[in-house]
Design a protein around this ligand. Structure first.
Ligand SMILES: Cc1cc2nc3c(=O)[nH]c(=O)nc-3n(C[C@H](O)[C@H](O)[C@H](O)COP(=O)(O)OP(=O)(O)OC[C@H]3O[C@@H](n4cnc5c(N)ncnc54)[C@H](O)[C@@H]3O)c2cc1C
Length: 409
Protein backbone atom coordinates (compact mmCIF):
# COMPACT_ATOMS: atom_id res chain seq x y z
CA UNK A 1 0.00 0.00 0.00
CA UNK A 2 1.26 3.46 -0.84
CA UNK A 3 2.49 5.53 2.08
CA UNK A 4 0.02 8.45 2.44
CA UNK A 5 2.98 10.70 3.23
CA UNK A 6 4.36 9.95 -0.22
CA UNK A 7 7.63 8.21 -1.11
CA UNK A 8 10.37 7.93 1.51
CA UNK A 9 12.35 11.17 1.49
CA UNK A 10 15.79 11.26 -0.10
CA UNK A 11 18.58 11.69 2.43
CA UNK A 12 17.77 14.77 4.47
CA UNK A 13 19.80 16.71 6.97
CA UNK A 14 23.44 16.08 7.48
CA UNK A 15 24.64 14.52 10.69
CA UNK A 16 28.13 13.68 11.95
CA UNK A 17 28.47 11.03 14.63
CA UNK A 18 31.86 10.92 16.29
CA UNK A 19 32.59 7.54 17.85
CA UNK A 20 31.72 4.20 16.24
CA UNK A 21 31.01 2.30 19.44
CA UNK A 22 27.60 0.88 20.37
CA UNK A 23 26.18 4.32 21.29
CA UNK A 24 27.27 6.00 18.05
CA UNK A 25 26.15 3.11 15.85
CA UNK A 26 22.77 2.98 17.63
CA UNK A 27 22.21 6.67 16.85
CA UNK A 28 23.31 6.13 13.24
CA UNK A 29 20.70 3.39 12.96
CA UNK A 30 17.82 5.59 14.14
CA UNK A 31 18.87 8.50 11.94
CA UNK A 32 19.54 6.51 8.79
CA UNK A 33 16.22 4.70 9.21
CA UNK A 34 14.54 8.11 9.00
CA UNK A 35 16.40 8.95 5.80
CA UNK A 36 18.98 11.29 7.31
CA UNK A 37 22.47 11.42 5.76
CA UNK A 38 24.88 10.18 8.45
CA UNK A 39 28.65 10.12 8.56
CA UNK A 40 30.25 8.20 11.44
CA UNK A 41 33.87 9.04 12.22
CA UNK A 42 36.21 7.17 14.56
CA UNK A 43 39.82 7.68 15.51
CA UNK A 44 40.65 3.97 15.33
CA UNK A 45 41.45 1.94 12.18
CA UNK A 46 38.22 -0.05 12.66
CA UNK A 47 34.95 0.50 14.56
CA UNK A 48 33.64 -0.74 17.91
CA UNK A 49 36.83 -2.24 19.28
CA UNK A 50 35.54 -2.22 22.84
CA UNK A 51 32.39 -4.05 21.79
CA UNK A 52 34.58 -6.67 20.16
CA UNK A 53 36.64 -6.93 23.35
CA UNK A 54 33.44 -7.38 25.35
CA UNK A 55 32.70 -10.25 23.00
CA UNK A 56 35.66 -12.14 24.39
CA UNK A 57 33.67 -12.62 27.58
CA UNK A 58 30.65 -13.84 25.60
CA UNK A 59 29.09 -10.35 25.15
CA UNK A 60 26.66 -9.89 28.00
CA UNK A 61 24.14 -7.70 26.19
CA UNK A 62 21.44 -7.26 28.80
CA UNK A 63 19.66 -8.98 31.69
CA UNK A 64 16.29 -10.67 32.34
CA UNK A 65 15.96 -9.52 35.98
CA UNK A 66 12.71 -7.66 36.79
CA UNK A 67 12.68 -4.30 35.01
CA UNK A 68 12.50 -2.37 38.28
CA UNK A 69 15.64 -4.16 39.54
CA UNK A 70 17.29 -3.57 36.16
CA UNK A 71 16.64 0.18 36.38
CA UNK A 72 17.86 0.31 40.00
CA UNK A 73 21.33 -0.76 38.82
CA UNK A 74 21.93 2.74 37.45
CA UNK A 75 21.83 4.29 40.93
CA UNK A 76 21.88 8.07 40.96
CA UNK A 77 21.69 8.32 37.14
CA UNK A 78 18.54 6.20 36.91
CA UNK A 79 16.13 9.11 36.54
CA UNK A 80 18.00 10.48 33.50
CA UNK A 81 18.61 7.10 31.86
CA UNK A 82 15.17 5.65 32.48
CA UNK A 83 13.24 7.25 29.57
CA UNK A 84 15.87 6.05 27.09
CA UNK A 85 15.91 2.53 28.55
CA UNK A 86 12.11 2.34 28.73
CA UNK A 87 12.08 3.25 25.03
CA UNK A 88 14.54 0.42 24.28
CA UNK A 89 14.26 -2.08 27.15
CA UNK A 90 16.06 -5.44 27.39
CA UNK A 91 13.38 -7.29 25.35
CA UNK A 92 13.71 -4.73 22.53
CA UNK A 93 17.47 -5.15 22.57
CA UNK A 94 17.09 -8.92 22.30
CA UNK A 95 14.62 -8.56 19.42
CA UNK A 96 16.98 -6.14 17.67
CA UNK A 97 19.84 -8.60 18.04
CA UNK A 98 17.70 -11.42 16.69
CA UNK A 99 16.67 -9.28 13.71
CA UNK A 100 20.39 -8.93 12.95
CA UNK A 101 20.58 -12.71 12.72
CA UNK A 102 21.98 -13.16 16.23
CA UNK A 103 19.54 -14.90 18.56
CA UNK A 104 20.17 -14.53 22.27
CA UNK A 105 19.78 -16.74 25.33
CA UNK A 106 19.61 -16.02 29.06
CA UNK A 107 21.98 -17.90 31.34
CA UNK A 108 20.91 -19.20 34.76
CA UNK A 109 22.03 -15.88 36.26
CA UNK A 110 19.63 -14.00 33.97
CA UNK A 111 22.47 -12.49 31.93
CA UNK A 112 21.68 -12.38 28.22
CA UNK A 113 24.25 -13.30 25.57
CA UNK A 114 24.12 -13.82 21.81
CA UNK A 115 24.02 -17.57 21.16
CA UNK A 116 27.24 -17.14 19.18
CA UNK A 117 28.89 -15.88 22.43
CA UNK A 118 30.89 -13.27 20.56
CA UNK A 119 30.49 -9.78 19.18
CA UNK A 120 31.98 -10.07 15.69
CA UNK A 121 28.95 -11.59 13.87
CA UNK A 122 26.59 -9.06 15.47
CA UNK A 123 28.88 -6.15 14.61
CA UNK A 124 29.31 -7.38 11.03
CA UNK A 125 25.56 -7.60 10.51
CA UNK A 126 25.01 -4.21 12.16
CA UNK A 127 27.61 -2.45 10.02
CA UNK A 128 26.24 -4.09 6.87
CA UNK A 129 22.75 -2.82 7.70
CA UNK A 130 24.07 0.70 8.30
CA UNK A 131 26.05 0.64 5.07
CA UNK A 132 22.95 -0.52 3.17
CA UNK A 133 21.11 2.51 4.55
CA UNK A 134 23.82 4.80 3.22
CA UNK A 135 25.73 5.49 6.46
CA UNK A 136 29.32 6.49 5.68
CA UNK A 137 31.96 5.22 8.11
CA UNK A 138 35.28 7.04 8.22
CA UNK A 139 37.95 5.31 10.30
CA UNK A 140 41.18 7.02 11.40
CA UNK A 141 39.45 10.37 11.90
CA UNK A 142 40.21 11.78 15.36
CA UNK A 143 38.06 14.69 16.52
CA UNK A 144 40.37 17.40 17.86
CA UNK A 145 37.97 20.31 18.53
CA UNK A 146 36.51 23.24 16.62
CA UNK A 147 37.88 25.58 13.96
CA UNK A 148 37.58 29.36 14.36
CA UNK A 149 34.33 29.28 12.36
CA UNK A 150 32.83 26.52 14.53
CA UNK A 151 33.42 23.50 12.25
CA UNK A 152 34.40 20.15 13.78
CA UNK A 153 38.09 19.37 13.13
CA UNK A 154 39.42 15.88 12.52
CA UNK A 155 43.02 14.74 12.31
CA UNK A 156 43.83 11.92 9.93
CA UNK A 157 47.15 10.18 10.47
CA UNK A 158 49.19 10.60 7.29
CA UNK A 159 46.51 12.84 5.73
CA UNK A 160 45.44 16.45 5.91
CA UNK A 161 42.99 17.40 8.68
CA UNK A 162 39.37 17.88 7.61
CA UNK A 163 36.66 20.25 8.83
CA UNK A 164 32.97 19.31 8.92
CA UNK A 165 30.01 21.60 9.52
CA UNK A 166 27.02 19.25 9.90
CA UNK A 167 23.50 20.38 10.82
CA UNK A 168 24.02 18.59 14.12
CA UNK A 169 26.63 16.25 15.57
CA UNK A 170 26.66 13.48 18.15
CA UNK A 171 29.65 12.78 20.36
CA UNK A 172 29.67 9.13 21.42
CA UNK A 173 33.31 8.98 22.47
CA UNK A 174 33.07 6.40 25.25
CA UNK A 175 34.43 6.50 28.77
CA UNK A 176 38.04 6.24 29.86
CA UNK A 177 38.71 2.54 30.45
CA UNK A 178 40.92 0.43 28.18
CA UNK A 179 42.09 3.57 26.29
CA UNK A 180 44.01 1.49 23.77
CA UNK A 181 40.67 0.36 22.33
CA UNK A 182 39.92 3.95 21.29
CA UNK A 183 38.08 5.76 24.08
CA UNK A 184 41.01 7.67 25.54
CA UNK A 185 39.02 10.61 27.00
CA UNK A 186 41.20 13.08 25.06
CA UNK A 187 37.95 15.00 24.46
CA UNK A 188 37.68 16.00 28.13
CA UNK A 189 39.73 19.23 27.88
CA UNK A 190 37.98 20.14 24.60
CA UNK A 191 34.56 20.21 26.26
CA UNK A 192 35.89 21.60 29.54
CA UNK A 193 37.30 24.57 27.58
CA UNK A 194 33.74 25.26 26.39
CA UNK A 195 32.55 25.43 29.99
CA UNK A 196 30.94 21.96 29.97
CA UNK A 197 31.00 20.43 33.49
CA UNK A 198 32.55 16.99 33.79
CA UNK A 199 32.97 14.60 36.72
CA UNK A 200 36.50 13.11 36.79
CA UNK A 201 36.71 9.61 35.34
CA UNK A 202 37.41 6.82 37.85
CA UNK A 203 37.55 3.04 37.31
CA UNK A 204 34.31 1.04 37.56
CA UNK A 205 33.83 -2.72 37.42
CA UNK A 206 37.48 -3.03 38.28
CA UNK A 207 39.81 -5.22 40.31
CA UNK A 208 40.93 -4.36 43.85
CA UNK A 209 44.44 -4.01 45.23
CA UNK A 210 45.39 -6.19 48.20
CA UNK A 211 48.95 -6.27 49.54
CA UNK A 212 49.60 -10.03 49.31
CA UNK A 213 52.63 -11.69 50.81
CA UNK A 214 55.37 -12.49 48.28
CA UNK A 215 54.52 -16.20 48.69
CA UNK A 216 50.89 -15.76 47.64
CA UNK A 217 51.75 -13.37 44.82
CA UNK A 218 54.51 -15.52 43.36
CA UNK A 219 52.77 -18.88 43.71
CA UNK A 220 49.11 -18.09 43.10
CA UNK A 221 48.74 -15.02 40.86
CA UNK A 222 46.42 -16.14 38.06
CA UNK A 223 44.66 -18.80 40.16
CA UNK A 224 40.86 -18.83 39.96
CA UNK A 225 38.67 -18.94 43.05
CA UNK A 226 35.40 -20.62 42.06
CA UNK A 227 32.11 -20.74 43.97
CA UNK A 228 33.11 -18.11 46.52
CA UNK A 229 31.20 -15.24 48.10
CA UNK A 230 32.52 -11.76 48.76
CA UNK A 231 30.91 -9.36 51.21
CA UNK A 232 31.36 -5.64 51.55
CA UNK A 233 29.28 -3.19 53.50
CA UNK A 234 26.51 -5.72 54.13
CA UNK A 235 26.22 -6.82 50.49
CA UNK A 236 27.25 -10.36 49.53
CA UNK A 237 27.91 -11.48 45.97
CA UNK A 238 28.45 -15.10 44.97
CA UNK A 239 30.53 -16.12 41.99
CA UNK A 240 34.14 -16.28 40.94
CA UNK A 241 37.32 -14.25 41.26
CA UNK A 242 40.93 -14.52 40.16
CA UNK A 243 43.97 -13.84 42.34
CA UNK A 244 46.23 -11.31 40.59
CA UNK A 245 49.71 -10.14 41.49
CA UNK A 246 48.16 -6.98 42.90
CA UNK A 247 44.93 -8.25 44.44
CA UNK A 248 41.69 -9.75 43.14
CA UNK A 249 39.72 -9.45 39.88
CA UNK A 250 36.58 -11.05 38.51
CA UNK A 251 32.81 -11.04 38.76
CA UNK A 252 32.30 -10.87 42.54
CA UNK A 253 34.91 -8.12 42.82
CA UNK A 254 33.50 -6.04 39.95
CA UNK A 255 30.02 -6.21 41.45
CA UNK A 256 31.22 -4.61 44.69
CA UNK A 257 33.96 -2.44 43.22
CA UNK A 258 32.05 0.87 43.11
CA UNK A 259 31.31 0.77 46.85
CA UNK A 260 34.83 -0.43 47.65
CA UNK A 261 36.35 2.30 45.43
CA UNK A 262 34.35 5.01 47.18
CA UNK A 263 35.26 3.69 50.66
CA UNK A 264 38.96 3.54 49.80
CA UNK A 265 38.77 7.11 48.44
CA UNK A 266 37.14 8.29 51.66
CA UNK A 267 39.07 6.27 54.25
CA UNK A 268 42.27 5.03 52.59
CA UNK A 269 41.35 1.34 52.78
CA UNK A 270 38.36 -1.01 52.97
CA UNK A 271 37.94 -4.50 54.40
CA UNK A 272 36.12 -7.12 52.35
CA UNK A 273 35.18 -10.56 53.67
CA UNK A 274 35.71 -13.70 51.65
CA UNK A 275 33.69 -16.88 52.17
CA UNK A 276 35.55 -19.78 50.57
CA UNK A 277 32.70 -22.29 51.04
CA UNK A 278 29.46 -20.28 50.76
CA UNK A 279 27.48 -23.43 50.00
CA UNK A 280 28.44 -25.03 53.35
CA UNK A 281 26.97 -23.81 56.66
CA UNK A 282 29.51 -22.79 59.26
CA UNK A 283 28.42 -25.64 61.58
CA UNK A 284 29.29 -28.14 58.87
CA UNK A 285 32.70 -26.54 58.35
CA UNK A 286 33.34 -26.75 62.10
CA UNK A 287 32.17 -30.37 62.23
CA UNK A 288 34.39 -31.42 59.33
CA UNK A 289 37.45 -29.68 60.71
CA UNK A 290 36.89 -31.21 64.17
CA UNK A 291 37.81 -34.66 62.83
CA UNK A 292 41.21 -35.89 63.96
CA UNK A 293 44.10 -34.68 61.80
CA UNK A 294 46.08 -37.91 62.27
CA UNK A 295 49.44 -36.34 61.50
CA UNK A 296 48.20 -34.44 58.42
CA UNK A 297 49.41 -30.89 57.88
CA UNK A 298 46.77 -28.20 58.37
CA UNK A 299 46.78 -27.55 54.63
CA UNK A 300 46.05 -31.20 53.86
CA UNK A 301 43.37 -31.28 56.53
CA UNK A 302 41.65 -28.26 54.93
CA UNK A 303 42.00 -29.68 51.44
CA UNK A 304 40.66 -33.14 52.30
CA UNK A 305 37.78 -32.12 54.55
CA UNK A 306 36.59 -29.01 52.76
CA UNK A 307 37.80 -29.72 49.20
CA UNK A 308 39.57 -26.37 49.14
CA UNK A 309 42.05 -25.78 46.29
CA UNK A 310 45.67 -24.81 47.07
CA UNK A 311 45.06 -21.13 46.24
CA UNK A 312 42.20 -20.93 48.76
CA UNK A 313 44.33 -22.61 51.42
CA UNK A 314 47.17 -20.18 50.75
CA UNK A 315 44.72 -17.30 51.12
CA UNK A 316 43.64 -18.63 54.51
CA UNK A 317 47.27 -18.42 55.61
CA UNK A 318 47.37 -14.72 54.65
CA UNK A 319 45.08 -13.79 57.55
CA UNK A 320 46.24 -13.12 61.07
CA UNK A 321 44.10 -15.62 62.98
CA UNK A 322 43.98 -19.43 62.74
CA UNK A 323 43.38 -20.35 59.05
CA UNK A 324 40.58 -22.81 59.78
CA UNK A 325 38.57 -20.11 61.53
CA UNK A 326 38.62 -17.92 58.40
CA UNK A 327 37.10 -20.35 55.89
CA UNK A 328 33.69 -18.71 56.10
CA UNK A 329 34.86 -15.15 56.76
CA UNK A 330 38.38 -14.24 55.69
CA UNK A 331 38.94 -10.49 56.09
CA UNK A 332 41.06 -8.91 53.33
CA UNK A 333 42.30 -5.33 53.46
CA UNK A 334 41.86 -3.50 50.15
CA UNK A 335 44.18 -0.54 49.68
CA UNK A 336 43.04 0.63 46.25
CA UNK A 337 41.39 -0.30 42.97
CA UNK A 338 43.09 -1.20 39.68
CA UNK A 339 43.60 1.56 37.14
CA UNK A 340 41.44 2.74 34.26
CA UNK A 341 43.62 0.89 31.77
CA UNK A 342 42.23 -2.46 33.02
CA UNK A 343 38.77 -1.48 34.30
CA UNK A 344 35.74 -2.81 32.39
CA UNK A 345 34.16 0.64 32.47
CA UNK A 346 34.51 4.08 34.00
CA UNK A 347 32.39 6.25 36.26
CA UNK A 348 32.33 10.00 35.77
CA UNK A 349 32.05 11.97 32.55
CA UNK A 350 29.79 14.64 31.21
CA UNK A 351 27.43 15.86 33.92
CA UNK A 352 23.70 15.38 33.36
CA UNK A 353 22.81 18.99 34.11
CA UNK A 354 24.65 19.90 30.89
CA UNK A 355 22.09 17.93 28.84
CA UNK A 356 18.48 18.50 27.89
CA UNK A 357 16.01 15.61 27.59
CA UNK A 358 17.01 15.12 23.92
CA UNK A 359 20.64 14.45 24.96
CA UNK A 360 21.70 17.82 23.45
CA UNK A 361 24.18 20.05 25.25
CA UNK A 362 22.43 23.11 26.69
CA UNK A 363 25.46 25.28 25.87
CA UNK A 364 25.97 23.91 22.35
CA UNK A 365 22.47 22.93 21.20
CA UNK A 366 23.51 21.30 17.91
CA UNK A 367 25.85 18.95 19.78
CA UNK A 368 24.38 15.75 21.24
CA UNK A 369 26.05 13.22 23.55
CA UNK A 370 25.43 9.53 24.34
CA UNK A 371 26.94 6.40 25.84
CA UNK A 372 29.59 5.84 28.45
CA UNK A 373 30.98 9.39 28.18
CA UNK A 374 27.97 10.51 30.27
CA UNK A 375 28.19 10.51 34.06
CA UNK A 376 26.68 7.15 35.06
CA UNK A 377 27.91 3.76 36.06
CA UNK A 378 26.37 0.32 36.36
CA UNK A 379 27.54 -3.18 37.23
CA UNK A 380 28.46 -5.69 34.57
CA UNK A 381 25.47 -7.80 33.65
CA UNK A 382 24.64 -6.19 30.32
CA UNK A 383 23.59 -2.94 31.96
CA UNK A 384 26.46 -1.05 30.31
CA UNK A 385 25.71 -2.03 26.73
CA UNK A 386 21.95 -1.67 27.24
CA UNK A 387 22.34 1.93 28.43
CA UNK A 388 24.90 2.81 25.73
CA UNK A 389 22.64 1.55 22.95
CA UNK A 390 19.51 3.06 24.54
CA UNK A 391 21.09 6.51 24.98
CA UNK A 392 22.51 6.36 21.44
CA UNK A 393 19.01 5.69 20.12
CA UNK A 394 17.50 8.41 22.31
CA UNK A 395 20.07 10.93 21.11
CA UNK A 396 19.34 9.91 17.50
CA UNK A 397 15.65 10.55 18.11
CA UNK A 398 16.49 13.87 19.76
CA UNK A 399 18.45 14.84 16.65
CA UNK A 400 15.53 13.88 14.44
CA UNK A 401 13.24 16.12 16.46
CA UNK A 402 15.76 18.94 16.13
CA UNK A 403 15.92 18.42 12.37
CA UNK A 404 12.15 18.21 12.20
CA UNK A 405 12.59 15.03 10.19
CA UNK A 406 9.81 12.61 9.40
CA UNK A 407 9.98 9.52 11.58
CA UNK A 408 10.74 11.44 14.76
CA UNK A 409 8.61 10.21 17.66
C1 LIG B 1 37.03 -6.03 28.58
C2 LIG B 1 35.65 -5.42 28.53
C3 LIG B 1 34.53 -6.24 28.59
C4 LIG B 1 33.26 -5.68 28.58
N1 LIG B 1 32.18 -6.50 28.63
C5 LIG B 1 30.93 -5.98 28.65
C6 LIG B 1 29.78 -6.82 28.69
O1 LIG B 1 29.89 -8.05 28.60
N2 LIG B 1 28.57 -6.23 28.79
C7 LIG B 1 28.41 -4.87 28.85
O2 LIG B 1 27.26 -4.39 28.97
N3 LIG B 1 29.47 -4.04 28.73
C8 LIG B 1 30.72 -4.58 28.65
N4 LIG B 1 31.81 -3.74 28.54
C9 LIG B 1 31.57 -2.29 28.48
C10 LIG B 1 31.07 -1.82 27.11
O3 LIG B 1 31.86 -2.41 26.09
C11 LIG B 1 31.14 -0.29 27.04
O4 LIG B 1 30.38 0.26 28.10
C12 LIG B 1 30.60 0.23 25.69
O5 LIG B 1 31.39 -0.25 24.61
C13 LIG B 1 30.62 1.76 25.66
O6 LIG B 1 30.01 2.16 24.46
P1 LIG B 1 30.22 3.63 23.87
O7 LIG B 1 29.66 3.59 22.50
O8 LIG B 1 29.72 4.63 24.84
O9 LIG B 1 31.80 3.82 23.82
P2 LIG B 1 32.96 2.96 23.13
O10 LIG B 1 32.51 1.59 22.86
O11 LIG B 1 34.14 3.16 24.00
O12 LIG B 1 33.16 3.68 21.73
C14 LIG B 1 33.65 5.00 21.66
C15 LIG B 1 34.29 5.20 20.31
O13 LIG B 1 34.69 6.57 20.21
C16 LIG B 1 35.95 6.61 19.55
N5 LIG B 1 36.62 7.88 19.92
C17 LIG B 1 37.01 8.28 21.14
N6 LIG B 1 37.57 9.49 21.07
C18 LIG B 1 37.52 9.88 19.78
C19 LIG B 1 37.93 11.05 19.08
N7 LIG B 1 38.51 12.09 19.69
N8 LIG B 1 37.72 11.11 17.74
C20 LIG B 1 37.12 10.08 17.07
N9 LIG B 1 36.72 8.94 17.69
C21 LIG B 1 36.91 8.85 19.03
C22 LIG B 1 36.66 5.38 20.05
O14 LIG B 1 37.71 5.00 19.16
C23 LIG B 1 35.56 4.37 20.13
O15 LIG B 1 35.44 3.59 18.95
C24 LIG B 1 33.10 -4.28 28.51
C25 LIG B 1 34.21 -3.46 28.41
C26 LIG B 1 35.49 -4.01 28.41
C27 LIG B 1 36.69 -3.11 28.31
Amino acid sequence: MADPRGPAPAARGNIAIVGAGPAGLAAAEVLSEAGVAVTVLDRMPSPARKLLMAGRGGLNLTHTEPFETFLSRYGAARARLEPAIRAFPPEALRAWCEALGQPTYAGTSGRVFPTAMKAAPLLRAWLARLAARGVTLLNRHAWTGWSADGALCFDRPGGTPIHLAPDAALLALGGASWPRLGSDAAWVPLLAARGVALAPFVPANCGVLIPWTAHLRDRFAGSPLKRIALTFNGRTVRGEAVITAGGLEGGVVYALSAAIRDRVAAEGSATVTLDLRPDMPVEEVVRRLATARRGQSLSNHLRRNLSLPPAAIALLHEGEGPPEAAVKALPLRVTGVSGLDRAISSAGGLRWEELDDDFALRRLPTLFVAGEMLDWEAPTGGHLLTACIATGRAAGQGMLRRLGAAGAP
